[in-house]
Ligand binder design. Structure first.
Ligand SMILES: C[S@@+](CC[C@H](N)C(=O)[O-])C[C@H]1O[C@@H](n2cnc3c(N)ncnc32)[C@H](O)[C@@H]1O
Length: 319
């Protein structure tokens, strides 16, 4: 994903850590691959190349526009591809509806694509002015402007603090809620944040970056979506299956790291017990202890990859 909000003019999405994803997932002919966030299909095409003969791809995205572009790219794949308009919290029921109970490979490349970020109409960026929307699926939920209008000052401050880790949450929330008229566009919101945060406190990032991240997470319920996908891994991943998750900020990465660690924990009995009493057996194994990061070369080609972290998980074969 493109993690930042600096509003460059790039209009294609460059997938991040692609070689690392392919190495980690190690796709093989005949395997079923679920891409939970197909976006521009950059990762999907590369993984799908390894699945013929006999493999299959189920590609999800909540953004209908992304799916149109992905379907076009994936039409040339050598294996059957289903493109599904759904949130990734609904992967399991959608698999069942296609007669599949499990997959061998699962990829979640979180956040936004550059195509979404760079389109002013989507309202994700303050680089150019646009409606304060931020919905990944424009047909679902409420735009950011409505959310801001509905939240009280205290609730807005909490949102900015929890989802943006914003130190100036209170003063920003107060400035936004005191504005008449209420902000309706991305530039109006960014201007209010600029006014709220003293210039000496502006760091490397634009002062509105964290507020935009927070509102986007709230509008799309992103952390609950991620929690649900992580919870569904035991149900989704077949024995021997591999999962890869790419995150772009610490709120996502922390959740992935903890969930993977929990899943990869086996017997929790004290070592002095002669036999296991907890009944837990290890079903998963971490594929990498430390998150993989983009190389300097990738960062030169794609600066938006700078905060990407990749973690992998293996479901151990039964018995
Ligand atoms: C970083 S992009 C994926 C880019 C893709 N890997 C590629 O190579 O082009 C993230 C995509 O995930 C989608 N997305 C984010 N949250 C989602 C969710 N909860 N359910 C389904 N799709 C989601 C976004 O709409 C976006 O298209």
């Amino acid at each position: 994903m493109a993690a930042s909000n600096e509003g460059t003019t790039e209009h294609v999405h460059q997938p991040v850590l692609v070689d690392e994803v392919v190495r980690l997932l190690a796709p093989r002919p005949g395997e079923v691959f679920v891409d939970a966030t197909v976006g521009g299909a950059g990762h999907c095409v590369r993984v799908a190349e390894h699945l013929a003969p006999g493999g299959r791809v189920i590609a999800f995205d909540r953004d209908p526009a992304a799916l149109v572009a992905a379907a076009r790219r994936l039409a040339r794949c050598a294996v059957p591809v289903d493109v599904v308009h759904a949130r990734f919290s609904e992967v399991a029921p959608n698999m069942c509806a296609r007669g599949l109970s499990r997959c061998d490979l699962l990829l979640a490349d979180l956040g936004l694509s550059s195509v979404q970020l760079d389109d002013p109409v989507r309202g994700f960026s303050f680089g150019s002015d646009g409606p304060l929307d931020m919905r990944m699926d424009p047909g679902c939920g409420i735009p950011a402007a409505t959310l801001v209008a509905q939240l009280s000052t205290v609730e807005l401050a909490r949102c900015l603090r929890e989802y943006g880790e914003e130190r100036h949450a209170r003063v920003i929330a107060h400035t936004i809620k005191s504005s008449v008229p209420a902000p309706n566009t991305t530039r109006q919101l960014a201007g209010l944040v600029e006014r709220a945060v003293p210039r000496r406190e502006w760091g490397r990032l634009h002062p509105a970056t964290r507020s935009f991240q927070a509102l986007r997470i709230a509008v799309n319920d992103e952390l609950a979506e991620l929690d649900r996908l992580l919870e569904s891994i035991p149900e989704l991943l077949a024995p021997g299956g591999r999962a890869a998750f790419i995150s772009f900020h610490s709120l996502e990465d922390r959740r992935i790291k903890l969930a993977f660690r929990r899943l990869a924990t086996g017997c929790v009995c004290p070592p002095r017990l002669p036999v296991c009493c907890c009944g837990k057996t290890q079903q998963f194994e971490l594929l990498n202890r430390r998150a993989l990061r983009p190389t300097a070369d990738e960062l030169r080609r794609n600066p938006r990859a700078r905060s990407a972290k990749l973690r992998g998980l293996l479901r151990l074969s039964a018995g």
